[in-house]
Design a protein around this ligand. Structure first.
Ligand SMILES: O=P(O)(O)OC[C@H]1O[C@H](OP(=O)(O)OP(=O)(O)O)[C@H](O)[C@@H]1O
Ligand SMILES: O=C(O)c1cc(=O)[nH]c(=O)[nH]1
Length: 182
């Protein structure tokens, strides 16, 4: 059994409990009958901690900053920072319109090796967009991590932009009803 497979075997049943009935409309208008609700996972402190401990094994050597994507990546990056001791950055989808006016909050990313963190990867579009933001700010981005990867092209898209994706679970680790394409 590979490391990721053993993690999936231990955690997948507990994570599957965070898969709920829809309908759930995605940003692109697509409607899922059921979906993985990361906020149920993040609202369970023991499960969030156990997921972060499992993800620790996927953090690449040399990582200097963990950067979570609004909103699903934020509780995850906080938990993973606490487990790894690595500083966290928090990525807004758009710059704040008042106050700090920042898109990247938290620790500085310039000149540092930054690992992107999100809950779900589907097309990879969200992570790629955030990688562009980090790179424009001088961060070095060559890795991303997620809890759940769906086979919708995200891995390939990210690879085309020199970003390696590490996933705790793959869609087929979850019950067939949990948002898989029918
Ligand atoms: O790989 P992609 O096709 O880009 O899809 C994945 C993205 O979509 C989800 O965000 P969502 O829009 O549900 O926002 P939320 O995290 O604020 O709930 C998820 O958290 C990822 O950021
Ligand atoms: O594929 C999912 O389950 C999923 C997609 C998404 O955008 N948001 C979410 O919470 N789950």
């Amino acid at each position: 059994m590979t490391r990721t497979t053993s993690i999936a075997a231990v955690l997948s049943a507990r994570i599957a409990a965070a898969c709920v009935d829809g309908p759930f409309t995605l940003a692109d208008g697509q409607v899922l009958d059921s979906y993985f609700d990361e906020f149920r996972l993040a609202g369970d402190p023991q499960l969030l901690h156990d997921v972060a401990k499992a993800m620790h094994a996927l953090v690449p050597a040399g990582a200097e900053v963990l950067a979570g994507v609004e909103l699903g990546g934020i509780p995850l990056v906080v938990a993973l920072s606490a487990v790894t001791g690595l500083p966290g950055a928090f990525l807004r989808r758009l710059p704040k319109r008042y106050g700090s006016q920042q898109q990247i909050e938290g620790t500085q990313v310039e000149g540092r090796r930054v690992v992107l963190i999100d809950d779900v990867v589907r097309t990879g579009g969200q992570l790629l967009s955030m990688a562009h933001v980090l790179r424009a700010a001088g961060g070095h981005v060559s890795d991303a991590l997620c809890i759940l990867e769906r086979p919708l092209g995200g891995r390939v898209l990210l690879d085309e932009h020199s970003i390696s994706l590490g996933s705790l679970l793959y869609e087929n680790d979850l019950p067939a009803s949990a948002g898989a394409a029918s």
